[in-house]
Design a protein around this ligand. Sequence first.
Ligand SMILES: NC(=O)c1ccc[n+]([C@@H]2O[C@H](COP(=O)([O-])OP(=O)(O)OC[C@H]3O[C@@H](n4cnc5c(N)ncnc54)[C@H](O)[C@@H]3O)[C@@H](O)[C@H]2O)c1
Ligand SMILES: [Zn+2]
Ligand SMILES: [Zn+2]
Length: 375
Amino acid sequence: MNTSLTVQAAVLDAPGGLLSLQTLELEAPRDHEIRVRVVASGVCHTDIAVMGRPFPVDRPIVLGHEGAGVVESVGRAVTKVRPGDRVVMSYNFCGACPSCLARAPSYCHYFFGSNFLGQRADGSTALSRQDGPVRHHFFGQSSFATHCLCTERNVVKVPDSVPDALFEILGPLGCGMQTGAGAIVNVLRPGLGESVVVFGTGAVGLAGIMAAHAIGAGPVIAVDRVRSRLDLALEIGATHTLLADGQTDLAAEIRKICPHGANVSLDTTAVSSVLRQAIDCLGPLGRCGFVGGAPLGSTLEVDVRDMMLHGKSLRGIVEGDSNADVFIPELIRMQAQGRFPFEKLVRRYPLSEIQAAIDDSRAGRTIKPVVMMPG
Ligand SMILES: NC(=O)c1ccc[n+]([C@@H]2O[C@H](COP(=O)([O-])OP(=O)(O)OC[C@H]3O[C@@H](n4cnc5c(N)ncnc54)[C@H](O)[C@@H]3O)[C@@H](O)[C@H]2O)c1
Ligand SMILES: [Zn+2]
Ligand SMILES: [Zn+2]
Protein backbone atom coordinates (compact mmCIF):
# COMPACT_ATOMS: atom_id res chain seq x y z
CA MET A 1 0.00 0.00 0.00
CA ASN A 2 1.24 3.53 -0.80
CA THR A 3 1.80 5.43 2.44
CA SER A 4 4.14 8.24 3.42
CA LEU A 5 7.72 7.34 4.26
CA THR A 6 10.36 8.56 6.71
CA VAL A 7 13.48 9.49 4.75
CA GLN A 8 16.97 10.92 5.31
CA ALA A 9 17.89 13.96 3.24
CA ALA A 10 20.53 16.69 3.00
CA VAL A 11 18.62 19.92 3.66
CA LEU A 12 19.60 23.47 2.73
CA ASP A 13 18.11 25.85 5.29
CA ALA A 14 19.65 29.21 4.42
CA PRO A 15 21.35 30.85 1.40
CA GLY A 16 25.06 30.13 1.43
CA GLY A 17 24.46 27.69 4.26
CA LEU A 18 25.74 24.19 4.69
CA LEU A 19 23.67 21.08 4.03
CA SER A 20 22.56 19.16 7.10
CA LEU A 21 21.27 15.60 7.24
CA GLN A 22 17.72 15.51 8.55
CA THR A 23 14.87 13.07 8.95
CA LEU A 24 11.84 14.09 6.90
CA GLU A 25 8.48 12.71 5.86
CA LEU A 26 7.88 12.01 2.15
CA GLU A 27 4.27 11.80 0.91
CA ALA A 28 3.11 8.72 -0.99
CA PRO A 29 3.27 9.20 -4.77
CA ARG A 30 0.26 10.86 -6.36
CA ASP A 31 -1.37 9.28 -9.44
CA HIS A 32 1.35 10.40 -11.89
CA GLU A 33 4.30 10.16 -9.50
CA ILE A 34 6.98 7.55 -8.89
CA ARG A 35 8.77 6.89 -5.62
CA VAL A 36 12.43 6.07 -6.13
CA ARG A 37 14.82 4.62 -3.54
CA VAL A 38 17.82 6.70 -4.47
CA VAL A 39 21.00 4.62 -4.74
CA ALA A 40 23.32 7.51 -5.54
CA SER A 41 23.26 11.08 -6.79
CA GLY A 42 25.80 13.15 -8.66
CA VAL A 43 26.58 16.66 -7.47
CA CYS A 44 26.31 19.19 -10.31
CA HIS A 45 27.80 22.65 -10.29
CA THR A 46 24.23 23.95 -10.52
CA ASP A 47 23.42 22.48 -7.05
CA ILE A 48 26.43 24.35 -5.73
CA ALA A 49 25.47 27.58 -7.51
CA VAL A 50 22.00 27.46 -5.93
CA MET A 51 23.57 26.97 -2.49
CA GLY A 52 26.08 29.73 -2.88
CA ARG A 53 24.26 32.79 -4.11
CA PRO A 54 20.98 34.48 -3.31
CA PHE A 55 18.52 32.60 -5.44
CA PRO A 56 14.76 32.98 -5.67
CA VAL A 57 14.17 29.56 -4.14
CA ASP A 58 12.31 29.09 -0.90
CA ARG A 59 14.07 27.21 1.87
CA PRO A 60 14.27 24.70 3.47
CA ILE A 61 14.86 22.73 0.28
CA VAL A 62 16.44 19.41 -0.72
CA LEU A 63 18.65 19.82 -3.79
CA GLY A 64 20.18 17.14 -6.05
CA HIS A 65 19.27 16.46 -9.67
CA GLU A 66 21.47 13.62 -10.89
CA GLY A 67 19.81 10.69 -9.14
CA ALA A 68 19.94 6.98 -9.94
CA GLY A 69 17.79 4.55 -8.02
CA VAL A 70 15.24 1.79 -7.90
CA VAL A 71 11.50 2.34 -8.33
CA GLU A 72 9.80 1.50 -5.07
CA SER A 73 6.18 2.35 -5.76
CA VAL A 74 4.16 4.11 -8.45
CA GLY A 75 0.96 6.13 -8.62
CA ARG A 76 -2.14 4.61 -10.23
CA ALA A 77 -1.64 6.34 -13.60
CA VAL A 78 2.01 5.35 -14.09
CA THR A 79 2.75 2.85 -16.86
CA LYS A 80 6.32 3.67 -17.90
CA VAL A 81 8.11 1.95 -15.00
CA ARG A 82 7.31 -0.64 -12.34
CA PRO A 83 8.55 -1.30 -8.80
CA GLY A 84 12.01 -2.86 -9.03
CA ASP A 85 13.04 -1.04 -12.21
CA ARG A 86 16.42 0.68 -12.08
CA VAL A 87 16.17 4.28 -13.28
CA VAL A 88 18.07 7.49 -13.89
CA MET A 89 16.30 10.78 -13.24
CA SER A 90 16.74 13.85 -15.42
CA TYR A 91 15.33 17.38 -15.63
CA ASN A 92 11.64 18.19 -15.48
CA PHE A 93 9.40 19.89 -18.07
CA CYS A 94 5.70 20.58 -18.50
CA GLY A 95 5.01 18.38 -21.54
CA ALA A 96 2.39 20.72 -22.97
CA CYS A 97 3.97 24.08 -23.94
CA PRO A 98 5.08 24.90 -27.52
CA SER A 99 8.70 23.81 -26.84
CA CYS A 100 7.67 20.54 -25.23
CA LEU A 101 5.25 19.85 -28.09
CA ALA A 102 8.08 20.60 -30.53
CA ARG A 103 10.20 17.95 -28.76
CA ALA A 104 12.54 20.54 -27.29
CA PRO A 105 11.71 19.98 -23.60
CA SER A 106 14.89 21.58 -22.27
CA TYR A 107 13.47 24.87 -23.55
CA CYS A 108 10.14 24.26 -21.82
CA HIS A 109 8.38 27.58 -21.25
CA TYR A 110 8.04 26.54 -17.61
CA PHE A 111 11.59 25.20 -17.19
CA PHE A 112 12.43 27.47 -14.27
CA GLY A 113 9.25 26.72 -12.36
CA SER A 114 9.45 23.00 -13.11
CA ASN A 115 13.06 22.66 -11.97
CA PHE A 116 14.16 25.36 -9.55
CA LEU A 117 11.22 26.21 -7.33
CA GLY A 118 11.10 22.97 -5.38
CA GLN A 119 7.38 22.50 -5.74
CA ARG A 120 4.78 20.77 -7.90
CA ALA A 121 2.90 22.76 -10.56
CA ASP A 122 0.07 23.24 -8.04
CA GLY A 123 2.49 24.77 -5.52
CA SER A 124 2.57 21.82 -3.13
CA THR A 125 5.62 19.91 -1.89
CA ALA A 126 5.83 16.24 -0.93
CA LEU A 127 8.35 16.70 1.91
CA SER A 128 7.80 17.94 5.42
CA ARG A 129 9.30 18.00 8.91
CA GLN A 130 7.91 18.88 12.31
CA ASP A 131 8.05 22.64 11.78
CA GLY A 132 6.39 22.57 8.34
CA PRO A 133 6.90 21.88 4.63
CA VAL A 134 10.30 21.30 3.04
CA ARG A 135 10.79 22.05 -0.67
CA HIS A 136 11.07 18.93 -2.85
CA HIS A 137 10.76 18.37 -6.66
CA PHE A 138 14.05 20.25 -7.41
CA PHE A 139 14.57 19.30 -11.08
CA GLY A 140 11.63 16.98 -10.49
CA GLN A 141 13.60 14.85 -8.03
CA SER A 142 15.56 16.42 -5.09
CA SER A 143 17.90 13.43 -5.14
CA PHE A 144 20.12 14.31 -2.14
CA ALA A 145 17.94 11.93 -0.15
CA THR A 146 17.38 8.25 0.47
CA HIS A 147 14.03 8.47 -1.38
CA CYS A 148 12.33 10.95 -3.68
CA LEU A 149 9.38 11.44 -5.99
CA CYS A 150 9.72 11.96 -9.74
CA THR A 151 7.32 11.53 -12.68
CA GLU A 152 7.22 9.53 -15.91
CA ARG A 153 8.50 12.57 -17.81
CA ASN A 154 11.86 12.74 -16.07
CA VAL A 155 12.64 9.09 -15.45
CA VAL A 156 14.61 6.80 -17.76
CA LYS A 157 14.73 3.03 -17.31
CA VAL A 158 18.24 1.58 -17.19
CA PRO A 159 18.87 -1.45 -19.44
CA ASP A 160 19.26 -4.78 -17.59
CA SER A 161 22.69 -5.23 -19.19
CA VAL A 162 24.20 -2.45 -17.04
CA PRO A 163 26.21 -3.88 -14.10
CA ASP A 164 25.32 -2.56 -10.62
CA ALA A 165 28.73 -0.91 -10.12
CA LEU A 166 28.09 1.23 -13.20
CA PHE A 167 24.39 1.75 -12.45
CA GLU A 168 25.20 3.49 -9.18
CA ILE A 169 27.17 6.23 -10.97
CA LEU A 170 24.72 6.76 -13.85
CA GLY A 171 22.95 9.73 -12.20
CA PRO A 172 25.30 12.33 -13.76
CA LEU A 173 24.09 11.28 -17.20
CA GLY A 174 20.82 13.01 -16.23
CA CYS A 175 22.45 16.47 -16.18
CA GLY A 176 26.18 17.20 -16.43
CA MET A 177 27.11 14.43 -18.84
CA GLN A 178 24.18 14.89 -21.20
CA THR A 179 24.76 18.66 -21.15
CA GLY A 180 28.37 18.46 -22.34
CA ALA A 181 27.95 15.52 -24.69
CA GLY A 182 24.65 16.82 -26.07
CA ALA A 183 26.07 20.30 -26.68
CA ILE A 184 28.57 18.66 -29.03
CA VAL A 185 26.53 15.82 -30.55
CA ASN A 186 23.05 17.36 -30.69
CA VAL A 187 23.78 21.05 -31.17
CA LEU A 188 27.24 22.05 -32.40
CA ARG A 189 27.75 18.85 -34.42
CA PRO A 190 31.40 19.04 -35.47
CA GLY A 191 32.06 16.99 -38.58
CA LEU A 192 34.85 14.45 -39.05
CA GLY A 193 38.18 16.20 -38.56
CA GLU A 194 36.60 19.50 -37.56
CA SER A 195 38.35 21.36 -34.75
CA VAL A 196 36.74 21.80 -31.33
CA VAL A 197 37.86 24.03 -28.45
CA VAL A 198 36.33 23.41 -25.02
CA PHE A 199 36.78 26.12 -22.40
CA GLY A 200 36.48 24.68 -18.89
CA THR A 201 37.26 21.04 -18.24
CA GLY A 202 34.92 20.32 -15.36
CA ALA A 203 32.34 17.57 -15.70
CA VAL A 204 30.42 19.31 -18.48
CA GLY A 205 33.48 20.28 -20.54
CA LEU A 206 35.06 16.84 -20.22
CA ALA A 207 31.80 15.22 -21.35
CA GLY A 208 31.97 17.48 -24.41
CA ILE A 209 35.57 16.42 -25.05
CA MET A 210 34.73 12.70 -24.81
CA ALA A 211 31.82 13.18 -27.21
CA ALA A 212 33.87 15.22 -29.71
CA HIS A 213 36.55 12.53 -29.74
CA ALA A 214 33.94 9.76 -30.03
CA ILE A 215 32.34 11.23 -33.15
CA GLY A 216 35.64 11.76 -34.94
CA ALA A 217 36.16 15.50 -34.49
CA GLY A 218 39.71 16.80 -34.10
CA PRO A 219 41.87 18.47 -33.11
CA VAL A 220 40.11 18.72 -29.75
CA ILE A 221 41.63 21.48 -27.61
CA ALA A 222 40.96 21.67 -23.86
CA VAL A 223 41.40 24.96 -21.94
CA ASP A 224 41.33 25.27 -18.14
CA ARG A 225 43.07 26.85 -15.18
CA VAL A 226 43.61 23.50 -13.43
CA ARG A 227 46.50 21.42 -14.77
CA SER A 228 45.25 18.07 -13.40
CA ARG A 229 41.95 18.51 -15.27
CA LEU A 230 43.85 19.13 -18.50
CA ASP A 231 45.85 15.94 -17.93
CA LEU A 232 42.60 13.99 -17.64
CA ALA A 233 41.27 15.73 -20.76
CA LEU A 234 44.24 14.36 -22.70
CA GLU A 235 43.53 10.87 -21.39
CA ILE A 236 39.91 10.88 -22.56
CA GLY A 237 40.09 12.48 -25.98
CA ALA A 238 41.68 15.93 -26.11
CA THR A 239 44.56 16.23 -28.56
CA HIS A 240 45.91 19.50 -27.13
CA THR A 241 45.64 21.36 -23.83
CA LEU A 242 46.13 25.02 -22.99
CA LEU A 243 46.58 26.31 -19.45
CA ALA A 244 44.59 29.51 -18.83
CA ASP A 245 47.21 30.95 -16.48
CA GLY A 246 46.68 34.57 -17.47
CA GLN A 247 50.02 34.63 -19.27
CA THR A 248 49.49 32.29 -22.20
CA ASP A 249 48.07 34.03 -25.28
CA LEU A 250 45.24 31.55 -25.79
CA ALA A 251 44.09 33.07 -29.09
CA ALA A 252 47.59 32.80 -30.56
CA GLU A 253 48.03 29.23 -29.30
CA ILE A 254 44.68 28.17 -30.76
CA ARG A 255 45.61 29.78 -34.11
CA LYS A 256 48.83 27.73 -34.13
CA ILE A 257 46.75 24.56 -33.90
CA CYS A 258 43.88 25.74 -36.15
CA PRO A 259 45.35 28.31 -38.56
CA HIS A 260 41.93 29.17 -40.02
CA GLY A 261 40.27 29.40 -36.62
CA ALA A 262 38.26 26.70 -34.87
CA ASN A 263 35.12 25.16 -36.34
CA VAL A 264 33.39 24.70 -33.00
CA SER A 265 33.85 26.05 -29.47
CA LEU A 266 32.04 25.29 -26.22
CA ASP A 267 32.24 27.50 -23.13
CA THR A 268 31.44 25.86 -19.79
CA THR A 269 33.11 28.40 -17.49
CA ALA A 270 30.20 30.88 -17.07
CA VAL A 271 32.78 33.68 -17.36
CA SER A 272 31.80 36.32 -19.96
CA SER A 273 35.41 37.14 -20.91
CA VAL A 274 36.04 33.43 -21.60
CA LEU A 275 32.88 33.19 -23.69
CA ARG A 276 34.17 36.11 -25.71
CA GLN A 277 37.42 34.17 -26.32
CA ALA A 278 35.33 31.18 -27.41
CA ILE A 279 33.67 33.34 -30.08
CA ASP A 280 36.87 35.07 -31.15
CA CYS A 281 38.79 31.81 -31.68
CA LEU A 282 36.33 30.63 -34.35
CA GLY A 283 37.03 30.69 -38.06
CA PRO A 284 34.46 31.39 -40.80
CA LEU A 285 31.12 29.65 -40.18
CA GLY A 286 32.30 28.69 -36.70
CA ARG A 287 29.71 27.71 -34.07
CA CYS A 288 30.03 28.63 -30.41
CA GLY A 289 27.85 27.08 -27.72
CA PHE A 290 27.70 28.01 -24.04
CA VAL A 291 26.13 26.33 -21.05
CA GLY A 292 27.53 28.08 -17.98
CA GLY A 293 25.14 29.26 -15.30
CA ALA A 294 26.38 32.86 -15.30
CA PRO A 295 25.32 35.18 -12.46
CA LEU A 296 22.03 37.00 -12.96
CA GLY A 297 22.45 40.07 -15.18
CA SER A 298 25.72 38.91 -16.83
CA THR A 299 26.23 40.52 -20.21
CA LEU A 300 28.47 39.86 -23.18
CA GLU A 301 29.97 42.26 -25.71
CA VAL A 302 30.58 40.75 -29.14
CA ASP A 303 32.33 42.05 -32.24
CA VAL A 304 29.24 42.34 -34.43
CA ARG A 305 31.19 42.91 -37.63
CA ASP A 306 33.42 39.87 -37.02
CA MET A 307 30.39 37.69 -36.32
CA MET A 308 28.52 38.85 -39.41
CA LEU A 309 31.40 38.81 -41.87
CA HIS A 310 32.49 35.35 -40.78
CA GLY A 311 29.06 33.83 -40.45
CA LYS A 312 29.70 32.91 -36.80
CA SER A 313 26.86 31.72 -34.64
CA LEU A 314 26.35 31.71 -30.89
CA ARG A 315 23.92 29.41 -29.11
CA GLY A 316 22.92 29.06 -25.46
CA ILE A 317 22.34 25.40 -24.64
CA VAL A 318 20.26 23.79 -21.89
CA GLU A 319 20.82 20.13 -20.96
CA GLY A 320 22.55 19.52 -24.30
CA ASP A 321 19.16 19.63 -26.08
CA SER A 322 18.85 16.13 -24.70
CA ASN A 323 15.71 14.08 -24.91
CA ALA A 324 16.74 11.95 -21.94
CA ASP A 325 14.72 8.87 -22.97
CA VAL A 326 16.76 8.67 -26.17
CA PHE A 327 20.08 10.23 -25.28
CA ILE A 328 20.83 8.60 -21.92
CA PRO A 329 20.62 5.04 -23.35
CA GLU A 330 22.90 6.23 -26.18
CA LEU A 331 25.47 7.48 -23.67
CA ILE A 332 25.23 4.17 -21.79
CA ARG A 333 25.97 2.29 -25.04
CA MET A 334 28.89 4.59 -25.79
CA GLN A 335 30.28 3.96 -22.30
CA ALA A 336 30.03 0.19 -22.83
CA GLN A 337 32.03 0.58 -26.05
CA GLY A 338 34.74 2.52 -24.19
CA ARG A 339 33.93 5.70 -26.13
CA PHE A 340 32.44 7.67 -23.24
CA PRO A 341 34.49 6.75 -20.13
CA PHE A 342 32.71 9.16 -17.77
CA GLU A 343 33.51 6.83 -14.84
CA LYS A 344 37.02 8.35 -14.89
CA LEU A 345 35.54 11.65 -13.69
CA VAL A 346 33.71 10.16 -10.71
CA ARG A 347 34.64 10.01 -7.04
CA ARG A 348 32.23 8.41 -4.57
CA TYR A 349 31.28 9.87 -1.15
CA PRO A 350 28.86 8.57 1.51
CA LEU A 351 25.78 10.78 2.08
CA SER A 352 27.22 11.69 5.50
CA GLU A 353 30.14 13.37 3.65
CA ILE A 354 28.08 15.33 1.11
CA GLN A 355 29.53 18.61 2.35
CA ALA A 356 33.07 17.30 1.67
CA ALA A 357 31.92 16.27 -1.82
CA ILE A 358 30.74 19.83 -2.46
CA ASP A 359 33.89 21.40 -1.00
CA ASP A 360 36.12 19.12 -3.13
CA SER A 361 34.15 20.03 -6.25
CA ARG A 362 34.38 23.75 -5.47
CA ALA A 363 38.13 23.47 -4.90
CA GLY A 364 38.65 21.58 -8.18
CA ARG A 365 39.84 18.42 -6.37
CA THR A 366 36.95 16.27 -7.59
CA ILE A 367 35.38 16.58 -11.02
CA LYS A 368 32.16 14.65 -10.52
CA PRO A 369 31.29 13.73 -6.94
CA VAL A 370 28.70 10.98 -6.60
CA VAL A 371 27.01 10.69 -3.21
CA MET A 372 26.09 7.13 -2.17
CA MET A 373 22.94 6.71 -0.09
CA PRO A 374 23.16 4.51 3.01
CA GLY A 375 22.20 0.87 2.53
N1 LIG B 1 23.08 24.71 -19.37
C1 LIG B 1 22.87 23.58 -18.69
O1 LIG B 1 21.94 22.85 -18.98
C2 LIG B 1 23.80 23.18 -17.61
C3 LIG B 1 23.78 21.87 -17.09
C4 LIG B 1 24.74 21.51 -16.14
C5 LIG B 1 25.66 22.45 -15.69
N2 LIG B 1 25.59 23.73 -16.18
C6 LIG B 1 26.57 24.75 -15.80
O2 LIG B 1 27.73 24.49 -16.58
C7 LIG B 1 28.87 25.00 -15.89
C8 LIG B 1 29.94 23.92 -15.84
O3 LIG B 1 29.53 22.88 -14.96
P1 LIG B 1 30.61 21.86 -14.39
O4 LIG B 1 29.88 20.90 -13.51
O5 LIG B 1 31.47 21.34 -15.48
O6 LIG B 1 31.44 22.89 -13.46
P2 LIG B 1 32.95 22.85 -12.98
O7 LIG B 1 33.10 23.92 -11.96
O8 LIG B 1 33.34 21.46 -12.62
O9 LIG B 1 33.79 23.25 -14.31
C9 LIG B 1 34.06 24.55 -14.71
C10 LIG B 1 35.54 24.57 -15.16
O10 LIG B 1 35.83 25.86 -15.70
C11 LIG B 1 37.15 26.19 -15.32
N3 LIG B 1 37.31 27.64 -15.37
C12 LIG B 1 36.74 28.57 -14.58
N4 LIG B 1 37.15 29.80 -14.95
C13 LIG B 1 37.99 29.62 -15.99
C14 LIG B 1 38.75 30.52 -16.79
N5 LIG B 1 38.72 31.84 -16.59
N6 LIG B 1 39.49 30.01 -17.79
C15 LIG B 1 39.53 28.67 -18.01
N7 LIG B 1 38.84 27.77 -17.27
C16 LIG B 1 38.10 28.25 -16.26
C17 LIG B 1 37.27 25.63 -13.91
O11 LIG B 1 38.63 25.44 -13.53
C18 LIG B 1 36.51 24.32 -14.03
O12 LIG B 1 37.36 23.23 -14.36
C19 LIG B 1 28.36 25.48 -14.54
O13 LIG B 1 28.16 26.89 -14.62
C20 LIG B 1 27.02 24.77 -14.37
O14 LIG B 1 26.14 25.47 -13.52
C21 LIG B 1 24.71 24.10 -17.13
ZN1 LIG C 1 6.90 22.72 -21.49
ZN1 LIG D 1 22.97 20.01 -13.37
